[in-house]
Design a protein around this ligand. Structure first.
Ligand SMILES: NC(=O)c1ccc[n+]([C@@H]2O[C@H](COP(=O)([O-])OP(=O)(O)OC[C@H]3O[C@@H](n4cnc5c(N)ncnc54)[C@H](OP(=O)(O)O)[C@@H]3O)[C@@H](O)[C@H]2O)c1
Length: 470
């Protein structure tokens, strides 16, 4: 009997948790997994929630179990798997049914699928919060046709995290807009994690603190302006011991960071949009350098790896993080603003900050203040909002001190340095690009604008006068 409200394909880490979340909220979910034994084990282990789950052995069974018009959520790896599963599934779907890709798709793939969609509708939603979020309330960034959102809204808002009772799920815009916002979320996540890791490094190598002491500092910071999920878990991982050796868990974990591509996509798209997301760029590059451990080991043998003690206090490091975080988020929202204009999306910037307030990995109290500042004026650079400008004025001196002393003492702080470099560049009405323009004109006759006259295409005395040259 077709009585399921929704279908879900892919019972891996995220899919299984999302299905349980939907079932818990009273929705009947037909589930299918490529490896059939996983489906059986999943429903068998679902306890009371099993009564809201229908295990399907085939895609035909899955389609037959869902009420029409059907909606089927895909939680499979981004890329070819989504195209392959969609094509197989489409054989069993009817006009007006909908495939909802809830994985971390590249938004350009979602745009393509949206364009190619014919009788079967397509929606792309970004889901953040990891396994725990998927199970108990993720942040959801939905993209697609407005009517697709209206169809999915009851179920997506029911399963989403709540901030002050408000669901952290919203419509971002057409086609790949939801996946785009999710990618930028992940880019910011990379940056937030990197500046925290740099603070950890300064405490470990610059102040000589052990993991437990560092955990206590993160715990204290989590009571202040930096209060956030990422600081909270940093405190927890720093104080944890390895059950096998009894040593600090952090000291046993290899120093090579992995990635699945969303941070890299953010940086690539930022270049297309001419959006300077320098802190995210530094964070992605830092993961890449971390992965080159053989080269780092050789480098240490050649150049020496020692760094001097850091001349900075814990309060100054906290303030440096506060400033770095605001600068990073300001860049991220500026990128979203540029994408919105470029793709004609009308991205709801204050709404995006609201969706990120709970459920997702970058959730923090500061996002509440950001949604308020963006709500006042979403065309303004976030760091120009008086509330954040005042915080920056109070904390950038520490960002400068910690970064400068860290660099002078030989510590690697690329993301903090990127934040400071951007901040300094963006507070100078007069940049140094007049030199760039002069060079471009010298070797390529590209022309320049003058400060004392209107117009374009002026040349310096190094360009021989020719017809058409000013
Ligand atoms: N993990 C996270 O924290 C997180 C957070 C947000 C978003 N995401 C995104 O969510 C998606 C799923 O991630 P996950 O962590 O749940 O992955 P996962 O644990 O590796 O599970 C992948 C699922 O997809 C199925 N699958 C893989 N290739 C398939 C194919 N070619 N055809 C059909 N089914 C296939 C697997 O089935 P089998 O059992 O047969 O292998 C499994 O059920 C990804 O796009 C990921 O980037 C993950």
């Amino acid at each position: 009997m077709a009585d399921a409200d929704i279908g879900l394909i892919g019972l891996g880490t995220m899919g299984a948790m999302l299905a349980l979340n939907m079932a818990e909220k009273g929705h009947r979910v037909a589930v299918y997994n490529r490896t059939g034994s996983v489906t059986k084990d999943f429903v068998g282990g679902a306890g009371d929630l099993a009564s809201n789950l229908i295990a399907c052995d085939t895609l035909a069974e899955l389609a037959a179990a869902i009420r029409t018009p059907r909606a089927v959520v895909l939680m499979v790896p981004a890329g070819n798997a989504v195209d392959a599963v969609s094509a197989d599934l489409a054989e069993y779907l009817e006009d007006g049914d909908m495939i909802v890709d809830a994985g971390n798709a590249n938004f350009r793939d979602t745009n393509r699928r949206f364009e190619e969609a014919d009788r079967i509708k397509v929606m792309g939603i970004g889901v953040s919060g990891g396994a725990e979020g998927a199970r108990h309330g993720p942040a959801i960034m939905a993209g697609g046709a407005p009517e697709a959102w209206e169809r999915m809204k009851p179920i997506l808002t029911a399963i989403a995290a709540k901030y002050d009772g408000q669901p952290c799920a919203d419509y971002m815009g057409p086609a790949g807009a939801g996946h785009f916002v999710k990618a930028v979320h992940n880019g910011i996540e990379y940056a937030d994690m990197q500046i925290i890791a740099e603070a950890y490094g300064l405490m470990r190598d610059g102040l000589g603190m052990d993991a437990k002491a560092i955990g206590a500092v993160f715990d204290k910071w989590n009571q202040g302006p930096l209060a956030s999920y990422l600081i909270e878990i940093s405190a927890k991982v720093a104080v944890a011991d390895d059950p096998e050796t009894g040593k600090a868990m952090l000291d046993i974990i290899a120093d090579r960071a992995g990635q699945k591509g969303t941070g890299r996509w953010t940086v690539i798209e930022a270049q297309h949009l001419a959006a300077p997301v320098t802190v995210i760029e530094a964070a992605v590059a830092a993961r890449n350098t971390s992965a080159q451990s053989d080269l780092r080991t050789t480098g240490e043998a050649i150049f020496g790896g020692r760094a001097e003690p850091l001349d900075a206090t814990l309060d100054q490091i906290e303030q440096a993080l506060i400033a770095g975080k605001i600068i990073c988020y300001s860049q991220g929202f500026e990128m979203l603003r540029r994408a919105s204009a470029e793709f004609d999306w009308s991205l709801p910037l204050p709404g995006i900050a609201e969706v990120w307030r709970a459920g997702c990995i970058i959730r923090s109290e500061m996002l509440n203040d950001m949604s308020r500042a963006l709500g006042e004026d979403s065309d303004r650079l976030l760091m120009h909002a008086p509330f954040f400008a005042d915080i920056l004025k109070a904390n950038t001196q520490s960002l400068r001190h910690v970064t400068a002393h860290g660099i002078a003492a030989g510590h690697a702080v690329p993301a903090l340095a990127a934040a400071l470099g951007y901040f300094d560049a963006m507070r100078k009405a007069r940049s140094t690009a007049n030199m760039i323009q002069a060079q471009r004109d010298f070797f390529g006759e590209h022309g320049f604008e003058r400060t004392d006259r209107d117009g374009t295409g002026f040349h310096g005395p190094w360009v021989p006068p020719r017809p058409g040259n000013s």
